[in-house]
Structures are given as structure tokens and as C-alpha cells.
Design a protein around this ligand. Structure first.
Ligand code: MV4
Length: 473
């Protein structure tokens, strides 16, 4: 096992990795920006090194600063967390050249999966179901028109270097294709420095379902089941749960088997997530792979009993999956996670500042992953996620009841958070049925508007003078 690990991240995930290291008896090194001097990942690590000014590009994303800290602290390995440098193949390569173990897949695999059309072709070869679409990158508009005609409209143009929804265009008719092709190409070139596009059949109301995988360095891969992640707004997930009500044990076994085989073929290592879209008929199609630990990994931990971050450390240190996890994995109960963001709950604008009051819920089946504390400050420079509230219950109904009472007891004052929004979503009838898709939040906000209009109507009525009396002029 590693003697000492550097955590190249901040916030709740840095603390989450520190927890895993402590339980495995590994010394920890935090890195931090000048804005994070008083952060909890700095306080709870064994050592901490300041790597630069507040802006991520000058600190957490600055490869020479992170590597210099790792050299000075003499660590064996670096855990990148999620976001920041976690899917940067060049960084993983620099780690390798510096004789520091990067806790994640080899850079070649990260680079291949980061090229979305290549990931698609790789999965197709391994018999993982994919949507009808182009074979690789489109050379020009004319090729795009040909593919669209053979696939059938509507289609979606996606950036090969994309992800998170940027550089995507839905095309409904051949007439509008040229302009949308140009727009997607330009947007992708500006955002990613690569304007290449590919095409897929467009699914109107997909569900977003992803499978957690774990691979050791001896050619063994395990699937840890799925997460339902359709409750999102502007490609930012708000609520995740596991298991998905739409996935049967047979589907779970079938998909699990094919993705295991496909990842053995590509030489995958460490934790990863395979994203699928589910169409209206309940069929799953691969769309992309994330080569990192994800924000929502705790819901999988709660239903499988597997500590995914400890497993990441153990497989990176050369242990076999068979000595870490039972195979097959049993799924127990139901877990739900709410992402608590420092944001205005309706405008979704960031809300930085000092937290003046803070009470965390607890009790049976409740877990909170956070690096925030009372009197602490949310800096304006980083991701707005300040806490993850995770509940586990014997079934979805128990998990929902638990989440509602935990949300009631979760107090954050001084800044805006999404907690009030989560409380409303848990009262929503469509959410409670579990039968929703990625358009849920749009419908939810429409219903909210309507509820508000009705409320205004009632207020106006109650403000009106009692009948029979007319205010005198
Ligand atoms: C799609 C799609 C419909 N059809 N692909 C958006 C982010 C990127 N990772 C994939 N995305 C989508 N790809 C086809 N062929 C709809 C979306 C999509 C979406 C997917 C998952 C979760 C939320 C979403 C919100 C809007 C669009």
C-alpha cells in the first residue's frame, strides 16, 4: 500500500479522499490555493502545501505547481478527485514520468475515452449498444447530411472533445443542418480547441442512467450497478439515486456483463462511469465514459457497501479486486443524494460568502459529505457544490421520507443554497412516482410558476375588502 498520497483537489472530495487514506493508514498531503488557507482539507491532511493564487488556473490546475508539491512532500501517488486535473491525460503522463502513481486509468485510456466518437466506436466493437449514428468524425456538412438521411431526423451533432452539453445541436430538418453544423463546429473549436463533430439519432425525452465500474491492474473488471441521474438542470445534476426503478435485474446483469468485457479489452484500470441514455422504450444506449470518481459515487457506496475511494487506492496499489469486493455484488435498499449548491435556488446564480449558521442533519441512514463549517467562507472561484446529502433506506419510500426530514434539519444561513429547491422537489408528485426523464426540471418549474400564480390569486382574493363593503374614494 502507498505510504503517502497527495490530494490534487479541494472541497468535499478532497476531504472524502483524506477519509479513505486515514482508514487505510496512508499519510495525506493537501494542496491549496491562497483562498483555501482555512479550508478543512488543509486542516485534516497530515501536511499541506500552498500552490498558488485563488484562481484554479494558477493553483489546482497548474500542473508544475502540483507536481512540485508532490516532489517536495515525497509522495507515492496523487489522487485527482473529480473535475480539475482528473481527466487530463497529459497530467497523468507527467505523473508517470515523475514516478508518481496517478490514481486513475492509464493516460492512453483517458485520452481515448475523452475523444467521444472514438469511445463510441470502441464500445460498438465490444457489442455495447450504441445509438444509430456516424462512424467516427464527420468530414463536412455533406457527410452530415448523408448520415442524417440514413439515420432519420431528428439527429444530434456533438463535439468529439465535448461533454457537459457544450458544442451540441439538435437538427430536425435537412434545411437547418448547414447552419447548425457550422454553429456547433465553431462553438466546439472555441471551447475545446477541436471543432470535430459526430452525429447520433436524437432521443427526445431520455433518462440519464450510468453504470459504476471498478477495474484492477490484473485484467479484472466489476460493475457495481447503475445510478439514475435524470434530475438535472443545464447539465448540472441536482439529485441522483440508486438503483434505478427502470432497470431490471436482467438488464443490470446483461449491461454489466458487456461493459465488463469491453473494459477488459481496452485495458481499463481504477474507477469509471459508463453513461447511457434510456429511450422511451426502456432501451439503454452508451453515450460516453467518465474516467474518474464521480460526485454521485456515494449512492452506489450506500447500496453496495463498497467504499469506492478506498477501492481506488487499493487497486492503484496493485491489489486484486477479488481481495476487495465480493463478486457478484449484492444491492441492498435504495439511496438518494441531493447536491447542495451555494446558489440562488431559482436563478441558479452563484452565492459566495460567509456561512453564519450551519446545522447538519444526522441520524439513521443519513450521510453528509461536506467540507463546509459554521463561520466558514464559500470562495467565489470554484464549483458551487458545498455539500452532498445522502440517505439510505430499505426502499425508495423510506429513502424519500428520510431525505425530507434531513432537508428540514439542514440549516445553512448567510448564503443562498439549493436546499429550499430540494424540499419542493421532494413534494412533487412526478418526482415521487420515480417515472421522470431529463426534462423533469423544466416541467417542475412550469408547475412551480402555476402554483405561484394560484397563490397570488388567493392572496389577491384575501386582500380584497370583505364583500358588501366598498372602500370609499
Ligand atoms: C443526447 C440527448 C439525446 N439524444 N444524445 C447532454 C450532455 C451529454 N453528455 C449528452 N447529452 C445528451 N445527449 C442523443 N443522441 C440528450 C442529451 C441531454 C441530456 C443527457 C443527459 C442528461 C441531461 C440532458 C439534458 C439535455 C440533453
Amino acid at each position: 500500500m502507498f505510504r503517502k498520497v497527495l490530494i490534487a483537489n479541494r472541497g468535499e472530495i478532497a476531504l472524502r479522499v483524506i477519509c479513505a487514506c486515514k482508514e487505510l493508514g496512508i499519510r495525506t498531503v493537501a494542496v491549496y490555493s491562497e483562498a483555501d488557507r482555512n479550508a478543512l482539507h488543509v486542516r485534516f491532511a497530515d501536511e499541506a502545501i500552498c500552490i498558488g493564487p485563488p484562481r484554479s488556473s494558477e493553483s489546482y490546475l497548474h500542473v508544475p505547481a502540483v507536481i512540485a508539491a508532490a516532489e517536495i512532500a515525497d509522495v507515492d501517488a496523487i489522487h485527482p478527485g473529480y473535475g480539475l486535473l482528473s481527466e487530463n491525460a497529459n497530467f497523468a503522463e507527467v505523473c508517470r514520468e515523475s514516478n508518481i502513481k496517478f490514481i486513475g486509468p492509464p493516460p492512453e485510456v483517458t485520452r481515448m475515452m475523452g475523444e467521444k466518437s472514438m469511445a463510441r466506436q470502441t464500445m460498438k466493437k465490444a457489442k455495447v449498444p450504441i445509438l444509430p449514428g456516424s462512424d467516427g468524425v464527420l468530414v463536412d456538412q455533406n457527410e452530415a447530411l448523408e448520415w442524417a438521411r440514413s439515420i432519420g431526423y431528428p439527429v444530434i451533432l456533438k463535439a468529439v472533445a465535448g461533454g457537459g452539453g457544450r458544442g451540441m445541436r439538435i437538427v430536425r430538418t435537412p434545411e437547418e443542418l448547414p447552419a447548425l453544423y457550422q454553429a456547433a463546429h465553431t462553438e466546439a473549436a472555441n471551447a475545446f480547441g477541436n471543432g470535430d463533430l459526430y452525429m447520433e439519432k436524437f432521443i427526445e425525452r431520455p433518462r440519464h442512467i450510468e453504470f459504476q465500474v471498478l477495474a484492477d491492474e490484473h485484467g479484472n473488471v466489476l460493475s457495481l450497478g447503475e445510478r439514475e441521474c435524470s434530475i438535472q438542470r443545464r447539465h448540472q445534476k441536482l439529485i441522483e439515486e440508486a438503483p434505478s426503478l427502470q432497470v431490471t435485474q436482467k438488464m443490470r446483469d446483461d449491461i454489466g456483463k458487456t461493459i465488463r468485457k469491453s473494459l477488459v479489452d481496452v485495458g481499463y484500470q481504477n474507477a469509471g462511469t459508463i453513461e447511457f441514455l434510456m429511450d422511451e422504450d426502456g432501451k439503454l444506449y452508451f453515450i460516453e465514459m467518465n474516467t474518474r470518481i464521480q460526485v454521485e459515487h456515494p449512492v452506489t457506496e450506500m447500496i453496495t457497501g463498497v467504499d469506492l475511494v478506498k477501492a481506488q487506492l487499493r487497486v492503484a496499489a496493485g491489489e486484486k479486486l477479488s481481495s476487495i469486493i465480493p463478486d457478484p455484488i449484492a444491492i441492498r435498499g435504495h439511496a438518494i443524494e441531493c447536491r447542495v449548491n451555494a446558489e440562488h435556488p431559482e436563478k441558479f446564480t452563484p452565492s459566495a460568502g460567509k456561512i453564519t449558521a450551519f446545522n447538519l442533519p444526522g441520524g439513521n441512514g443519513v450521510r453528509v459529505d461536506t467540507a463546509q463549517y459554521a463561520e466558514g467562507v464559500v470562495p467565489p472561484y470554484y464549483d458551487s457544490l458545498i455539500a452532498k446529502l445522502i440517505v439510505h433506506g430499505k426502499d425508495r419510500a423510506e429513502a424519500m421520507a428520510r431525505m425530507e426530514r434531513a432537508l428540514e434539519m439542514f440549516v445553512v444561513e448567510g448564503i443562498h443554497t439549493t436546499i429550499p429547491l430540494h424540499r419542493k422537489i421532494f413534494k412533487d408528485e412526478e418526482f415521487r412516482t420515480g417515472a421522470f426523464d431529463t426534462k423533469f426540471m423544466e416541467r417542475f418549474f412550469d408547475r412551480e410558476k402555476e402554483r405561484r400564480a394560484n397563490m397570488q390569486h388567493i392572496i389577491a382574493q384575501s386582500d380584497a375588502p370583505p364583500s358588501g363593503e366598498t372602500p370609499s374614494a
